[in-house]
Design a protein around this ligand. Structure first.
Ligand SMILES: [Zn+2]
Length: 480
């Protein structure tokens, strides 16, 4: 008995030594580079401000663009970026999506893509009075540019154009060809990006780097880290909506059966909510945690993150406490629409619901459906996949890839003491289409704690605009 106790004590001691050593040795490697930001070119603020005044609201599913607005946006681009229109080849895809090709001197090199979208989500009429600026006023005040679309995603598009025009003015000639791709329907159906990728596929064109919106800089998300954290999106979750339907005889509400369609469906939805798909760490989230762990000021948290081999379960449990981090470690399931009933005295024959799911890499729409069927385990509940909208989780760009490293270096050159880490994107962007023609798709824009996406008071810090301009400039110059 004494021997067993001694062995266990020794084992605990060895584990404790390993854990503490790993924690103490996990030191941050800050790439302290001098950060020198070039000022915005003359007129850059006015240009972005004017871009906001054009309400390029995203078309609905029937391709219904407000053509007048979209045409004036094109005129505005042509007028303000003359060198781009002189020296780059423009291809127009399906009326309002634009591809600009800036030919490099080395035709052997795979080109890169800088992409953005310029459609915006509509402003709710009832929300206008809550804004502190006119949503389409393009106002510049309190160090911000205000308005719908200024973050998502006109700041990217206009910064790309400003950076390109500035380099053309300086006579810069890239070695690697650069494509600028601007979509006009990212916020609705994303057909533009799909059509542009089809165009590239028809030319057998591949890319070594594709940069799109997505990850950003946060100084607020990690309360135990003092440095800003730049999260580079390297992959996207998948998407599926399940349809749950129950059919019963129904009838007069005065003589109900023991169970109704609504009751059966409710029970199924409750079961789903209470029994979510188990959590796990995907490679990109594991890499994210490993990267940020050394900067953590809280010893206990740092110890857990530095020793995932021992504390993975605990870390996962902690991540589920916050809805943003919960979404990073599991395939989510949430009911979004419920339909049933016509009158208060009629027992309905049908009850149906949509359950939306965002899928972690390694799972699929099919596996999500199977999980739900098995969980609900009721032959009265039919589970099917809502057609045409499901997508597989995307592949992930490697952290050791040249694409990741190039963007990482660019971020270090514009943000002081920044911690750069890979991130899984929980939403979808246009760039998912490009994964079929590039192994280097990266989602990142250097916006800091940006607020107002799709909501009220969407506004861009002018200092972030400067960062965006410099970020794209560094990427363009890196093509030499
Ligand atoms: Zn966007």
């Amino acid at each position: 008995m004494k021997k067993v106790f001694t062995i266990i004590s020794l084992l605990v001691l060895v584990i404790a030594i390993i854990v503490i050593t790993k924690t103490v040795l996990n030191k941050p490697v800050i790439e302290a580079k001098a950060v020198q930001l070039a000022p915005l070119p003359t007129g850059a603020i006015e240009h972005l401000s004017e871009a906001i005044t054009m309400a390029t609201e995203t078309p609905n599913d029937l391709f219904q663009y407000d053509s007048a607005v979209f045409f004036s946006y094109r005129k505005f681009i042509e007028k303000n970026y003359p060198l781009i229109h002189q020296k780059l080849n423009r291809t127009i895809i399906d009326s309002f999506h634009y591809i600009y090709e800036w030919k490099g001197t080395d035709t052997e090199m795979l080109p890169m893509v800088l992409m953005a979208h310029y459609d915006v989500v509509p402003v709710e009429t009832s929300a206008v009075k809550l804004w502190h600026a006119k949503p389409y006023g393009g106002e510049v005040k309190e160090n911000y540019i205000w308005g719908r679309g200024v973050l998502d995603d006109k700041s990217s598009m206009i910064s790309i154009l400003e950076a390109t025009e500035a380099q053309l003015r300086e006579g810069f000639v890239p070695k690697q060809s650069i494509f600028l791709c601007f979509g006009a329907d990212e916020e609705s159906n994303g057909r533009g990006a799909a059509a542009m990728v089809k165009y590239f596929q028809s030319k057998k064109q591949r890319f070594d780097l594709v940069v799109d919106e997505g990850g950003e800089i946060s100084t607020e998300d990690n309360k135990n880290i003092t440095q800003p954290v730049a999260s580079i999106g390297v992959g996207e979750k998948g998407y599926v909506t399940l349809v749950l339907s129950v059919q019963r005889a129904g009838g007069h509400s005065s003589i109900p059966e023991k169970s109704s369609a609504i009751g059966i469906l409710s029970k199924a939805l409750h079961t789903i909510e209470e029994n979510q798909i188990p959590t796990r760490l995907t490679p990109s989230i594991k890499a994210y945690l490993e990267r940020i762990s050394s900067y953590n000021n809280n010893f206990i948290e740092k110890m857990q993150l530095s020793n995932l081999w021992l504390f993975e379960k605990l870390v996962l449990k902690n991540m589920t406490k916050n809805r943003s981090t919960n979404a990073l470690v599991r395939t989510t399931l949430v009911p979004t629409v419920v339909n049933s009933g016509v009158r208060d005295n009629v027992i309905p024959t049908n009850a149906s619901a949509f359950v939306n799911s965002r899928i972690l890499p390694g799972e699929s729409p099919k596996s999500v459906k199977e999980y739900v069927e098995k969980l609900v385990n009721d032959t009265n509940v039919k589970v099917s996949i809502y057609p045409n909208y499901e997508t597989m989780p995307s592949s992930s760009t490697e952290i050791n890839s040249p694409a990741f490293k190039r963007v990482e270096t660019a971020i270090h050159s514009i943000v002081k003491d920044v911690v750069v880490a890979p991130m899984l994107m929980v939403g979808a962007t246009d760039s998912r289409n490009y994964r079929s023609i590039s192994d280097g798709v990266i989602n990142f824009t250097p916006l800091t704690d940006a607020k107002g996406y799709h909501g009220i008071d969407e506004r861009l810090l002018i200092s972030d605009y400067i960062k965006c301009f410099n970020y794209y400039t560094v990427l363009i110059k890196g093509s030499k």
